[in-house]
Design a binder for this molecule. Structure first.
Ligand code: WTA
Length: 655
């Protein structure tokens, strides 16, 4: 079967960066040439300029044993020193590192000097609990400053953190603890979500309890932050209160330098099925690309900007763009504990107004849910401090992009649509906001120093104005170094498809337009084949969202006797629209609309109006489950859904 993906949607809106933005931009147009001249020297120069190396490196890339890369491997550094101490030593200790906003409304601001002292104390505590270089520490915390301090304290010791998202169950936590062989868990009594104190410690207790298989957990100590004052069960000798030991610990701690390839963290991604993969990242290359992209893609001016990334630290975005990138660059950022809807819709806009946020990085799923609620809510707030918006996690449909720019960005702010993965560690494809003329819906171009192509199934470049498979053709500094404990699976999963070319295959479909700009088309597993045409989910979903009535849409291919597969759409309507219209009348209108927008071949066979879509906890639509419904099957494994009840509601609505 040809891997060529048909292209149907046309988008010709263009936005040049505002003149004052261009003038003060961090990244200038010459950066592309500099990287193209000599990619490795480019990265070496960025690393030396953005980081402090205790022992400077002389090697840049060692690719003698692909796909196992080493970057800067004869250099030594301390990641936490780079994120903390050096800013204090440079006289910026009084700069706020974190404006913390708790969901109940409590808030505190932590300076770089305070955060540095706190991390030193936590590092001393962890060392006292037996944590040393190479040991694994599981972190299961809400979005509170202690979470960031914990990651950095582990990094400071040359140990390895494995953050497990607070929404995961005791079983998921245990599986990740076991796989990594974690020695210590850092958790909290609980955190605030949707106006309630939700518990975390009981899940840790359950995870560590005897599971009847005779296997003892590897965990020796549990360090517990008090956040919600909920009652907790206590295991003497194992459990330690943070507030008993951290304030009493010494704030003196010398940051030891570790090898550039010292492991920094493991982060589990679920993949589509099966056992989660422990994606392994190391220190020097990862921090280089995290810092470089954070500074250039977000145009960070650390003295004046207030940056806010809404991702949870349980995801890669929370590692690279809440923790390491911003702190390495000495940024001031907002950290918010709760949900956008508490105490009422508009909380995020209140926070932007309160702190004067200038750079705002979020996910398309959030943007679409705000579109659903209506623009009146953000329009009641003063969002004039915003000067740059960013998007990550899924293709952002052109209409969602336009809404984001017009309603949140007052029609002026550049938007950077950033494509990357847990595996890539940092942003790979994005506009540079003072350089690139942006196109709604396109992630645009590979960053300087990153080599991307779109190829057919033989690995041949498809060229402009064609679709195919997205690959990374050359190693990059923040690339994953492997899957924890499973080198074969690493090779098999990412490198086997194009083994002869040495390409990394990302699993995504993409198209190059006539200018060579990249459009992400969704996961190739989700591509549909209708009468021999390979259609991308992203384009048809974008067409649906372009209709006034639609807030969000998911499209799947369901087997069909005549066409092989047929397009089936699940659509959420905007609330304003629901007030005046019946949902039922609309399915036909939307079918026709798609036919007009992108052609009869893409016209959905069925359009179902639903109230919710099945999403993972990081907000990605799980099309596999919708395919089950569309084909009339029993719905498959819903464990990784944020809300497991959603599928039964959808199945009922469809019937
Ligand atoms: C998707 C998140 C389109 C893509 C940082 C990728 C995107 C997967 C974009 C990785 C984007 C991420 N446009 N699709 N700007 N960003 N994706 O590991 O399918 O949670 O392979 O990392 O999200 O998801 P992950």
């Amino acid at each position: 079967m040809s891997q060529q993906i048909d292209h149907l949607l046309t988008e010709d809106r263009r936005f040049a960066p505002p003149a004052d933005f261009v003038q003060n931009a961090v990244a200038k147009p010459g950066i592309y040439d500099e990287a193209a001249d000599d990619r490795l020297s480019f990265w070496a120069a960025r690393s030396r300029e953005l980081l402090h190396w205790h022992t400077p490196f002389t090697n840049v890339l060692d690719w003698s044993n692909p796909p196992f890369a080493k970057w800067f491997d004869d250099g030594k550094l301390n990641v936490a020193y780079n994120c903390l101490d050096r800013h204090v030593e440079a006289g910026n200790g009084d700069r706020v590192a974190i404006h913390f906003e708790g969901e109940p409304g409590d808030s505190r601001s932590v300076t770089y000097a305070e955060l540095t002292a706190e991390v030193k104390r936590v590092a001393n505590v962890l060392a006292g609990l037996g944590v040393g270089q190479g040991d694994r520490v599981a972190i299961y915390l809400p979005m509170i400053p202690e979470a960031i301090a914990s990651l950095l304290a582990v990094a400071r010791l040359g140990a390895v953190h494995s953050v497990v998202f607070g929404g995961f169950s005791a079983d998921s936590l245990r599986a990740r603890i076991d796989d990594a062989g974690a020695k210590v868990v850092i958790t909290a009594d609980g955190g605030y979500r949707k106006g309630k104190a939700s518990a975390l410690k009981p899940a840790v207790d359950q995870a560590l309890s005897d599971r009847g298989d005779g296997e003892q957990a590897t965990v020796e100590k549990v360090l517990v932050v008090r956040r919600t004052e909920q009652e907790v069960e206590w295991t003497d000798g194992r459990d330690v209160w943070w507030h008993d030991v951290v304030p009493a610990a010494s704030a003196e701690h010398e940051a030891e330098a570790f090898d550039a390839e010292n492991p920094l963290f493991i982060l589990y991604t679920s993949g589509t099925t099966g056992k989660p993969k422990g994606i392994l990242h190391t220190s020097g290359g990862y921090l280089t690309q995290a810092a470089f992209t954070h500074r250039n893609v977000f145009d960070l001016h650390p003295e004046t900007d207030v940056y806010w990334c809404t991702a949870d630290i349980g995801w890669i975005t929370g590692h690279s763009y809440v923790t390491y990138g911003p702190l390495a660059n000495g940024a001031t950022q907002v950290l918010y504990e709760g949900t956008p809807e508490f105490p009422e819709p508009g909380r995020w806009w209140d926070i932007i107004e309160k702190y004067g946020v200038s750079i705002f990085y979020t996910a398309p799923t959030a943007v679409r849910s705000f579109m659903k609620q209506g623009r009146e809510i953000p329009q009641k707030r003063d969002l004039s401090s915003l000067r740059l918006l960013g998007s990550v996690g899924e293709p952002i449909n052109p209409e969602a992009w336009m809404w984001f720019r017009e309603v949140i960005g007052s029609g002026l702010t550049p938007i950077v649509d950033t494509w990357w993965q847990t595996e890539t560690g940092a942003i790979m494809i994005s506009a540079l906001p003072g350089v690139t003329e942006t196109k709604p819906g396109s992630a645009q171009v590979a960053l300087p120093g990153v080599e991307i192509d779109v190829v057919d199934e033989k690995g041949e470049a498809v060229g402009n104005d064609a679709g195919g498979l997205l690959v990374v053709t050359d190693p990059w500094p923040s690339m994953l170094r492997g899957i924890w404990g499973d080198p074969d699976r690493f090779v098999e999963t990412y490198w086997k498809m194009f083994a002869d070319k040495g390409f990394y295959f990302a699993g995504d479909g993409a198209r190059l337009d006539e200018d060579g700009d990249i459009w992400l088309l969704g996961r190739v597993d989700d591509v549909m084949n209708v009468s021999g045409h390979r259609l991308s989910t992203a384009e048809i979903e974008s067409a649906l969202v372009a209709h006034d009535a639609t807030a969000e849409a998911a499209v799947v291919g369901a087997s069909d006797e005549t066409t092989g597969q047929a397009v089936v759409a699940f659509v959420i309507l905007k609330e304003s629209f629901l007030k005046d219209n019946s949902a039922e009348g609309l399915a036909n209108t939307l079918r026709q609309w798609v036919g007009e927008q992108i052609g009869p071949i893409a016209r959905p066979r069925d359009v179902y109006i639903v109230g919710e879509l099945p999403k993972t906890r990081s907000g990605k639509i799980m099309r596999r489950l919708l395919r089950d419904v569309a084909e009339g099957r029993e719905v498959g494994d819903t464990q990784t859904l944020a809300d497991t009840a959603v599928m039964s509601v959808i199945a009922r609505q469809v019937k």
